[in-house]
Design a protein around this ligand. Structure first.
Ligand SMILES: [Cu+2]
Length: 128
């Protein structure tokens, strides 16, 4: 009898977690990994990068040329979004709650970092 209760509790938790999971994926903001957001048909990783916990999430994002990527600073400190080549894009300081958008015009791999916290890195991959 006791093991049956444990089993049903487990099943309940399992189903509940699936429900929570699907809710978060269909959220109004489009999600970090979904196909929502402004781009629609984009590559892997959607079109938005979340800055929080001193990191860029997802670490790598892939979009086609002409698709705007938006970084939003949800961290409690100022960050920048700066391409390692120093010329392709540079947000300048993005305060908490602020955002930066960039629309790539050429394909390529663009590793980037935060100028303030140089250990914070990410990669923008642009495809044709
Ligand atoms: Cu930073």
């Amino acid at each position: 009898m006791k093991s049956k209760n444990i089993l049903s509790a487990f099943i309940f938790c399992f189903l509940f977690s699936i429900a929570i999971d699907s809710c978060s994926k269909s959220g109004a903001t489009g999600g970090t990994y979904g196909t929502g957001g402004t781009g629609g048909t984009v590559g892997v990783g959607g079109t938005t990068v979340n800055i929080s916990g001193m990191s860029f999430s997802p670490f790598s994002i892939t979009v086609k040329v002409g698709i705007t990527v938006k970084w939003t600073n949800n961290d409690n400190t100022t960050h920048t979004v700066t391409s390692d080549d120093g010329t392709t894009f540079n947000s300048g300081n993005v305060a908490t709650g602020g955002s930066f958008s960039f629309t790539p015009t050429v394909a390529g791999n663009f590793p980037y970092h935060c100028n303030i916290h140089t250990g914070m890195t990410g990669t923008l991959v642009v495809t044709n």
